[in-house]
Design a protein around this ligand. Structure first.
Ligand code: MIG
Length: 668
């Protein structure tokens, strides 16, 4: 590993290991005179991986990406930034094989063969940054070293790998009870219900609307008795309202972000005019984090952090400007360009770049303008919460995942993949992001299954769940105003029962793989290219994935498809779990094959010589899963072994050596 530094770097704390600075010339790249831009010539066959939460495929070559945390609900191919900044790239397949990590809180532009197909140009906005080069004998080895550099990933409680139902607009106790009861009546398993902003009193963090939830503590405990965890959302913006305790306390202590003149920075988000805790100020972050205790004390054991890019709907001054502009047009005859400018003024109010330059952070004794450290805000909000959990509940894990992140945040929480759409292409995006995020340390991740924005369909939800049963975070979530998409809303009850049930049958394997990936700094999800680097077909596959060392998945991601073409990179056995309970298996030789996969089939491949643990018991929650004595399924001439990780799923003692047993499988 080689580290180079430019200028006086602000410590992001992404890296947890001390690395000495290297001497001499930087490898692979030529550096521009002002040190802002790095250039590398990509070989014809070079492939580029990483960048975590970004659009497009697993191989990032052919587009330009920007590390700039954005509340961007349009996860289209032409997007440049989503909610997180994950500045790790891995180049392979051509003449060189290396990883590169750029540690900087500011913006980075990754031109991966966009301006010139054969050039990788990385432009760093800040004058000061650290850069790490990692070499290794394989792609996986490079990723492992990078993961060790950034420290062990966050570990979720095991129940958080159960199925979660969410929707923006569950308004009160009755609605939540209905969700739980209808799952149970229909034999649909469920471990958690997510509470979106509507549970709060006027969108005020750490409050509960007492009309909709008259005795919240009691409600939480009633739900626990049904094996349901309630997971409230926490937003970054704090309502600016006299008498609201979080606002009053924070204002008095000087913990909110301020403008240059020392006055409070105010912008509107869900609560209306809001102020923003200075997540980069240690004291302020500690204060905000410890507020989560209010909910912990009511029995809550999981949270999701939202709006923490931070998203800004508008600032009062920008609205003023827009209104003045509109008024100035009154009575005049609009030409087309003025009409466009008028529209842009209004549409450009949200997440406006100029607004991010209006407020400051107090970092130690330094006052730093927000835009310089923008990408660290969500990270530090999540860290604040987890630091508090570790203080108040050191023995037990607490569920925490965030929308916005930076590398380093992976030690404090997972992330969900934000506001996707009920589009078929977003199943694939979900898979590609999951793989890239694993490389950057985010192992506890998943997307809004069924799609967040726009109306879903029964078949989309089924196909998406069939992929989602492999991701650690397994949550169905949808936006206000969209078609209801709880599994019980659709006709195909048996199908949903079967697909959701399969998650619980596979949980001994999924949980074990999740924990091993975290504890060994390894990938849970990997591209085929990493395991079959010499296979000219495997290296290009963008719609299949490897899980652990045993399994390959090839999800159906097209509407009305009755199956799909799959590339099988070595001899494997297909398992097809049909909704009628039958399990069909078939051995495939290396090559391209068309595989029939009916709408409610759950399919995956097991490599020859491998086996995985499953719990065939019927389960309505993770409590019903047989983690103690799982059964084995596999593909072996005579015997296969599986390295099984098993613990109590809740304590914070994660002893790899003591929690591993070798399970044996024998072909019947
Ligand atoms: O501006 O809380 O990504 O999951 O349902 C939208 C409402 C705010 C965005 C989150 C989404 C959540 C929604 N939030």
């Amino acid at each position: 590993m080689k580290k180079y530094s430019f200028g006086n770097v602000l410590d992001t704390k992404a890296v947890t290991v001390k690395v000495e600075k290297a001497e001499g010339e930087m490898p692979y790249f030529t550096v521009s005179q002002d040190n802002h831009s790095l250039k590398y010539t990509l070989g014809k066959d070079a492939r580029v991986y990483g960048l975590g939460e970004q659009v497009r495929g697993i191989n990032k070559r052919g587009w330009i990406y920007v590390s700039n945390n954005s509340d961007n609900p349009h996860h289209r191919e032409d997007a440049h930034s989503l909610y997180g900044s994950h500045n790790f790239l891995l180049v392979t397949g051509g003449r060189d094989k290396f990883g590169i990590f750029i540690d900087t809180p500011g913006r980075v532009t990754w031109d991966v063969g966009y301006s010139d197909m054969d050039e990788l140009v990385i432009t760093v906005e800040d004058d000061a940054y650290d850069i790490y080069f990692i070499e290794g004998k394989s792609e996986r080895h490079i990723v492992q070293q990078f993961r060790t550099l950034i420290g062990r990933s966050y570990i979720a409680p095991r129940w958080a790998l159960g199925y979660g139902q969410s929707r923006w607009s569950y308004m009160n106790e009755d609605e939540i009870c209905e969700v739980v009861d209808r799952h149970h009546e229909n034999g649909l398993p469920l471990d958690s219900v997510y509470m979106d902003i509507d549970y709060m009193n006027e969108y005020e963090d750490f409050t509960i609307n007492s009309e909709s939830f008259p005795d919240f503590k009691d409600f939480v405990s009633k739900m626990k008795k049904k094996n349901i965890h309630l997971i409230p959302i926490i937003d970054a913006g704090v309502k600016k309202k006299d008498g609201y305790f979080v606002y009053e306390e924070g204002k008095e202590k000087g913990y909110f972000c301020k403008k240059e003149d020392g006055s409070l920075f105010v912008a509107a988000v869900w609560p209306g005019e809001s102020v923003f805790p200075d997540m980069l100020n240690e004291d302020a972050a500690k204060w905000f984090g410890e507020k989560y205790k209010i909910l912990l004390d009511m029995g809550i054991d999981g949270f999701w952090n939202d709006m923490n890019e931070p998203a800004l709907f508008y600032t009062p001054q920008k609205v003023e400007e827009a209104l003045n502009y509109a008024i100035s047009l009154k009575g005049k005859k609009l030409d087309l360009s003025t009409w466009w400018a008028f529209g842009d003024k209004i549409q450009g109010l949200s997440n406006n770049e100029e607004d991010y330059k209006l407020f400051y952070h107090q970092i130690g004794d330094k006052k730093v303008r927000h835009d310089k450290v923008h990408n660290l805000f969500g990270y530090n909000m999540t860290k604040a919460a987890t630091d508090a959990f570790n203080k108040f509940k050191p023995e037990e894990r607490t569920l925490m995942f965030s929308r916005s992140s930076y590398i380093g945040a992976h030690r404090y929480g997972g992330i969900w993949q934000g506001d996707n759409f009920a589009w078929w292409s977003h199943i694939k995006l979900n898979m590609c992001e999951t793989i890239s995020l694993n490389m950057c340390g985010f192992v506890f991740t998943g997307a809004d299954i069924g799609g967040f924005g726009c109306d879903t369909t029964q078949d989309l939800l089924l196909r998406w769940l069939e992929f989602g049963i492999f991701t650690p975070l397994f949550r169905n979530h949808a936006a206000l105003g969209t078609r209801r998409q709880e599994a019980y809303q659709f006709k195909e009850k048996t199908g949903f029962r079967h697909v959701l049930g399969m998650r619980y049958k596979l949980l001994p394997y999924i949980y074990s793989e999740y924990m091993k990936a975290v504890l060994k700094d390894d990938l849970m999800f990997a591209p085929l290219a990493f395991d079959y680097p010499e296979d000219c077909y495997a290296v290009d596959i963008q719609d299949q994935a490897m899980i652990g060392k045993e399994v390959m998945i090839a999800p159906v991601m097209e509407q009305n498809a009755k199956g799909r073409y799959v590339y099988v990179p070595e001899r494997m056995k297909l398992f097809n779990f049909h909704e009628n309970g039958e399990v069909e298996t078939h051995i495939y030789e290396k090559g391209h094959h068309y595989i029939d996969i009916a709408l409610t089939d759950v399919t995956f491949f097991i490599k020859e010589g491998c086996a995985i643990p499953v719990s065939m018991a019927k389960a309505l929650s993770t409590n019903d899963v047989n983690f103690e004595n799982p059964e084995m399924i596999g593909f072996a001439d005579n015997e296969a072994e599986y390295e099984y990780y098993h613990d109590d799923g809740i304590s914070t003692k994660y002893d790899l050596a003591n929690n591993i047993t070798i399970l044996k499988y024998k072909e019947k």
